[in-house]
Structures are given as structure tokens and as C-alpha cells.
Design a protein around this ligand. Structure first.
Ligand code: HEM
Length: 233
């Protein structure tokens, strides 16, 4: 278990690392919007690197304009002008931004999460971490099979990362099953967007089906991915 996450729940002391603004006494309960926490425990604590909130900002500003971003921040009660990529922010803040964006933009949270997943791969990761993406595989299937080690490499840059866990099973010539484990609730549609972004990145036609959802009582989320026209990049 990530020591930061563990300590945050138990020690009662401030966490003394770059994510120090989150203290153990500040247990974050689920005022998480909409259906994002359906089926999950009432309270958890974690924090996320600022690059994630920055990417949410970029997505909203680029698609809807700076005024809408200001409105989203106001609705979410977020009074931060600049998110610092290497700093930790409570997960709740990111969930609040997604919930507020859903209200301000009049879009379901699901659509925002999918758009954010695509944006993460095609903009944030491609522009900032292109070589890491390239090193992870030359085709969609190769990339997904190697996905478990991607965040291990990311953690070399972001040592307090609380990453998701992925693994593949049932790999065939044109399909595989992807398993996604996370302590964070409600991100299934974000993963759908990430997978769609990867299919676009690899110029591959892919069909993504959610076959098992943690929010409906399953142990973890499972995706069946079928593809055509995959070619090495
Ligand atoms: C090189 C590119 C990437 C970088 C730099 C990166 C970095 C990160 C960071 C910083 C977080 C936030 C976690 C934290 O702060 O504790 C995160 C979360 C996440 N990443 Fe990545 N990531 C990359 C690519 C991907 C790809 C390609 C996928 C999946 C297909 C993916 C799936 C996720 C998911 C699902 C989460 C949400 C966290 C959770 O479920 O607990 N990431 N990533």
C-alpha cells in the first residue's frame, strides 16, 4: 500500500512531503458529485498531482473558454489561480471540478470524464511525456499489455504517485480483456476515454465494452477491447 495513503488514514499527523497540505485530520468525506461514488465506501482520503487539475483546466479552457473555467471553479468553490504540477491536491477537489463542470456546461459527468480521458492521452501525455508513451508499445495491444509498467516509470518522476493498477488477460490477435483496479471511485468512464484516446493515438479502430463494474459490486472494472486495422507505429 502507498505509505502516504496509509498514513493519511491512520496517523493523525500532517503528512510531511510535497503533498503536505493534506493532513490526516482532514479526512475527506464523499461530497463527491452525482453518481461518481455509487456503490463505494462513504469516506476515503487521497491526493492527486496538480498536473491532473491543470489538464482539466486546459480541457475546459480549450473547448469552452476561460469564462466557463472561472464559472466552474466558482461553482466548485476552488480558489486556486495556478495548479502546480508537482504539488498534491485532495482528490475531492478534482471530483468537485468535474461535478461543477457537469453543472456549468450542462453535460453529464460521464461525458466530461470520457473527454478528459481522451484529452489526457492525446494532449497532456503526448505533449509532456511522448517518449514514455512511445517506449510503452508500438501498437494498441502491445501498449495495453505493457500498461502495468507505465505508471511504475511515471512514479520515477512523481514519487508519491497513487497509481491505478492494470493487467490484461484473454489476449488474442484482435482482442484482449483489460482489468482496472483503483482505490479511487467513479473513474470507469475516464478509463473509457483513455482507451479511446489510445485507439486514436495508434490510428486503430477499437470497440470498448465495459463488462464488469466495481460500482455495481464487482471486484474491479473490466473492459473488453476489440480492434481492427492495427499497425505498428
Ligand atoms: C506517460 C503518460 C502518463 C502519465 C505521466 C500519467 C500520470 C498520472 C498521474 C500523475 C495520475 C494521478 C495519480 C496521482 O497523482 O496520485 C494518473 C492517474 C491515472 N492514470 Fe495515468 N499517466 C499516464 C498515462 C496513462 C495511461 C495511458 C492510462 C490508461 C490507459 C492511465 C490511467 C490512469 C488512471 C485510470 C488514473 C486515475 C487514478 C486511479 O485510478 O486511481 N494513465 N496518471
Amino acid at each position: 500500500m502507498n505509505p502516504l495513503h496509509f498514513a493519511a488514514g491512520l496517523s493523525g499527523k500532517p503528512i510531511s512531503d510535497s503533498r503536505s497540505e493534506v493532513t490526516a485530520s482532514r479526512r475527506i468525506t464523499a461530497s463527491i458529485p452525482g453518481n461518481l461514488t455509487r456503490g463505494l465506501g462513504p469516506a476515503y482520503i487521497a491526493c492527486v498531482y496538480g498536473m491532473v487539475n491543470k489538464a482539466v483546466e486546459e480541457l475546459i479552457v480549450s473547448r469552452f473558454g476561460a469564462d466557463k473555467w472561472q464559472a466552474v471553479k466558482e461553482k466548485a468553490g476552488v480558489d486556486i489561480d495556478v495548479f502546480l504540477s508537482n504539488e498534491g491536491y485532495p482528490d475531492k477537489l478534482t471530483y468537485d471540478l468535474v461535478g461543477a463542470a457537469s453543472e456549468v456546461l450542462g453535460l453529464p459527468a460521464r461525458e466530461i470524464l470520457i473527454a478528459f480521458g481522451e484529452h489526457w492521452v492525446l494532449n497532456t501525455a503526448r505533449q509532456g511525456y511522448g517518449s514514455m508513451l512511445e517506449a510503452n508499445g508500438r501498437t494498441l495491444s502491445e501498449f495495453l499489455i505493457n500498461l502495468p509498467s507505465l505508471h511504475t516509470r511515471v512514479a520515477m518522476i512523481f514519487p508519491n504517485l497513487q497509481p491505478p493498477r492494470f493487467h490484461c488477460s484473454d489476449v488474442t490477435g484482435d482482442s484482449l480483456v483489460l482489468h482496472y483496479h483503483s482505490h479511487r471511485p467513479g473513474l470507469t468512464d475516464f478509463v473509457v476515454g483513455l482507451l479511446q484516446g489510445l485507439a486514436t493515438l495508434f490510428e486503430t479502430q477499437a470497440e470498448i465494452q465495459i463488462t464488469q463494474r466495481k460500482s455495481e459490486g464487482a471486484d474491479h472494472d473490466v473492459f473488453l477491447i476489440r480492434w481492427q486495422n492495427t499497425a505498428a507505429r
